[in-house]
Design a protein around this ligand. Sequence first.
Ligand code: NA7
Length: 560
Amino acid sequence: RDETAAAHFDAVVVGAGLAGLYMLHRLRRLGLRVRVYEAAGGVGGTWYWNRYPGARCDIESMEYSYSFSLELEQEWVWTEKYPSQPELLRYIEHVADRFDLRRDIRLGTRVAAARFDEAASHWVIRTEPGEGAAQVAGDDLGRDAGTHAGTDAGETVSAQFLVMATGCLSAVKSPEVEGLERFEGDCHHTGRWPHEGVDFTGRRVAVIGTGSSGIQSIPIIAEQAAHLTVFQRTPNFSMPARNVPLDPETQRAMKAGYPEHRRLARESLFGIPADFPVKSALEVRPEERERRYQESWEKGNLVDILISYTDILFDRRANDTAAEFIRGKIREIVADPDVASALSPTDHPVGTKRPCLDSGYYATYNRDDVTLVDLQRSPIVEITPKGIRTTDGEHEFDDIVLATGFDAMTGALLSIDIRGKGGRSLREKWAEGPRTYLGIGTAGFPNLFTVTGPGSPSVLSNMVVSIEQHVEWIADCVAFLRRRGFASIDATVEAEDAWVEHVKEMGDLTLYPTADSWFMGANVPGKPRVILPYCGGVGVYRQKCDEVAAKDYEGFTLSS
Ligand code: NA7
């Protein structure tokens, strides 16, 4: 026991989103004493924070949901093909209640630091008040009243295992422009949206950023605002979501076929069942290709076009055929040819930046009250008290919306001062880019697990499928260690080096490294440019993880 620790747990889990909640559930089933810390004022992670207008998952609800409980899977009723943020948050809150998870969760509490105590073979974890602390304190009558609130903020506890369920897209990124603090109007980041919502009626609004968050919110903000100006640095590829209410028959059929469907998802490339393509885009006639891409366009599916042919993500010429198809659609939809051209991505192959699904995005630019500012022609110089100054002059606004994204995959982990063996910090170790074994462990940091960490498929997959796989692998590993009487597990440097090399090699086979994307760490100034997710697909990846476990955790050192 650490002298300074207020309490000792078998495991501490950081984060109460989809990953942290399931981790808690699994570890509890092993009989462990677990504490979860969550900085926010409620459970939900991504779906707690991202309350911007139009926030919606672009994986179908019946796929983007837990499979671990047959009753939950069968009883929960989804209302739309693509679940909105409020519906997802309701689902996650239901899970927290249904499995009685809240009693082990401390909301409004951020983990500030964690250091591995080698003598005791456990982690010493220091917390501080999180963003949600005030809200939790003032929310006695609210829905989280039953959840232990941030009263523990500022304590030190110890735990044998530390599981980081901190999310891949949770550390928000600012637009790195001068003067943001001088702006006299309201300014909101999509990833930190006010709970009470924002009414843009009659207001002059700026949106900076055209990733998923911008593309989902822009059509809705445009409907409310007196005038909307979109500041676009790089255009993105987007396809229609074709979201619809889920009719009972579709839902019933899906539920009947769930076991097989889930199995296919686990073995698939992206965590969504799909046929593997057999033909190259370059071997078929243009008309056939066009028909196939049109099918994708009609379907409203995030990855369908990427797996329409074998080489879309591997060969620039093949990719160009899909990219040109989408650019053609943009030209068809957008009336002004200059605007259409500005909205058409040419800098990156389709799919190498996270693609988007939208509801009326391109058509929004046909409105008289919407203006596109192409930052490649006129970059932002500064934010002024009244608005945004580009090299073309000042634009005045009442509100600025920052849809500028996240410090993806490593941001949340490195925001915590994590120190492993010999006091070495994770920030130091990962200075040239993250180094993990399987995206689950990192050498020199025993008993530390990352759920969907860098080097795992995570952001290149249906996140719930990846979360379940990691959580189950970690829980099985913990059960194994306890059964065999091991006190700690640590990745070997050799296994880690080999995995890092493998992740890079897999990345280099694809077109991903050709884009300045957050997959490559390229959206954050100064961040090392390395491929963050594993590109081999969730099925192959799962097999590798299972093999490691079957060989008594090959590549890890186990100590008594
Ligand atoms: P993204 O996809 O990272 O998009 C952020 C957008 O903001 C993107 O268009 C960026 O342009 C733009 N951006 C970022 N910084 C700036 C500055 N300094 N100036 C101008 N424009 C800027 O984040 P989202 O929140 O939309 O989506 C994140 C994920 O959530 C999404 O992929 C799904 O997985 C769900 P850039 O392309 O970097 O030139």
